[in-house]
Design a protein around this ligand. Sequence first.
Ligand SMILES: [Zn+2]
Ligand SMILES: [Zn+2]
Length: 268
Amino acid sequence: MQVRVLGCSGAIAKDCRTTSFLVDSDLLVDAGTGVGDLSLDEMAAIDDVVLTHSHLDHIAALPLMIDAVASRRSKPLRVHALRATIEALRAHVFNNVIWPDFASIPSREAPFVSFHDIVVGQQFELGTRALKNVEVLPAVHTVPACGYAVRCAGGGPNWVFSGDTERNPAFWQRVNQLDVGILVIETAFSNREQALAQRSLHLSPATLADELANIAAGKSYPIYITHTKPAETEEIMSQIDMLAAGSRVQGTKGWDIRWLEAAGVLQV
Ligand SMILES: [Zn+2]
Ligand SMILES: [Zn+2]
């Protein structure tokens, strides 16, 4: 399974695109501004989108993408998300004010987009060209939110994505039961902005360290950091490098922490 990083920034700026990952060629995980780098053919090949939550940095490109490729597709784009996320999209985006209600255009019987409720803990299969198993993981954020574990339907390791979250014991309880190939976890703010991180329910390097301490003994996998705010990325990186080095001097192998880059491809 291949995960292409379209966007992994916590905000926009030149060369910074917000959260979006393309799994194989047909499943999009979040629809931040990184989607804008895809060609029309690549966008039209996406059949399913799973969203972590309703915040703009994770959905900004969804309405634009549907509009861009609607004429090239013969079936609705399926959008899977928590019910609260779908309700927010319907009320505040696809409301015929901000953007047309593409769930009833061109007709209710054959719309450009269809919405599908999911719940935390649910597992389902997606993918028209390469079947994948998707599990909805818990997240702790200012709006209803989730993360995902995705693997080939035939088996193999999971690509695990935390979504936007603060401390999340239920996440680790489940992740420790999974065969994890790669973990992508957010760290939106530096330690200097700890108070803001806490208020907006995001992680900072200090709370990330507490979270990674939940990884079960004997488990080891690459940990990629995502969602850093561009203005603080260097500071966050140096703080995380320090805690990674600290984890190594404690006598264990330590955490294998790496940096996500837009346009990078992860092989899971
Ligand atoms: Zn958010
Ligand atoms: Zn976000």
